[in-house]
Design a protein around this ligand. Sequence first.
Ligand SMILES: [Zn+2]
Ligand SMILES: [Zn+2]
Length: 358
Amino acid sequence: MNRARTFRLWRHTAAIGGLIVAVVVLMAFERQAALDWCAWAVGLVETKWRRVLLGPAGQALIVTVLAIVLELFFLHWEKTTVFRVFVRRKASAMTDLGFAIVTFSSFKWLMDYVLTFGLAFAAVKLGDALATRLGWMRWELPTDGILQVAGAFAVYYLLSTFVGYWQHRLMHWRWFWQLHRFHHSATDFNILTNFRANPAEMISNLIPALSPLALLKIPDSGLFAAFVFVNLAIASLQHSELPWSFGWLGRWVVTPPQMHQIHHSIDEEHRDKNFSNYPLWDQLFGTWYGGPNRPSAYGIPDQAHVERPRTQWLIDVWIFYRDVALALAAAARRIWACIARTRPTSPAADTPASIPAE
Ligand SMILES: [Zn+2]
Ligand SMILES: [Zn+2]
């Protein structure tokens, strides 16, 4: 051990030793005060952690960590999230990590609200307002009796995945693709890619807020609460290279990792396939790919995000709003031209004609 390292270790040991001596002295002379301080500190940490861990960000963190650990048992080391994010650390995986940290912190909503010019906030408020206004016609999903719960859950699952399917298809369409392509531009596919989403994409949350889902009163207990966790787990595992297809369940009940890998494939034959978490919607609407070919690589042919991995997503936000504004302006011009054409251009019959000059 060289001298510099010994000195560094000595400093740390002295600091920890000093702290221990201080605690022992405090315990010896001011025992009650020390115990009170301990109880206060434990209580503070406990309430803070309980709040954090039971919130949506905390749940996402727990499920993500579990999925990352699970992957270590079933995947080749170089395909795991741990290797890609913490060992190889390419720009794509680092971007995923950055967005995961933003999601786990409490500031994701701020980015969503700012970059959607408040429309993501409007979606939340609209959902609340509709819930109050339409209270009389909303259906409270039952929570007792296994048959009732199973039936209600089936209705909820079908409706939420149906809305989710069309919301996702919209994100692959025209201007919206400019926002969603950031999620697809991940070349180092891993579990944290789940969090790589352009905050302006949250504009599409207006769709579920205005959909028939608003007519369901979803209980936050029992099967429905468990489903939040299951959904998070499915979304995490779908962004892993795990070679799981779930057999017939994966074809008819829930989209397995292998099928979402196809959705992220760079290959032409896989483009715009396997949108839904419920494979039946893809099968019904002709967007299912169940063929034998695996992705040759992940990402999109457009290399903008590879060239500018940290900033392109912000440029995408600008492109999206610019293109929407241009399209709206063009539509307004067309409508104005139609109105102008329908206006009478020749003078009415009873209008006296002007007398020509001699
Ligand atoms: Zn997509
Ligand atoms: Zn994805």
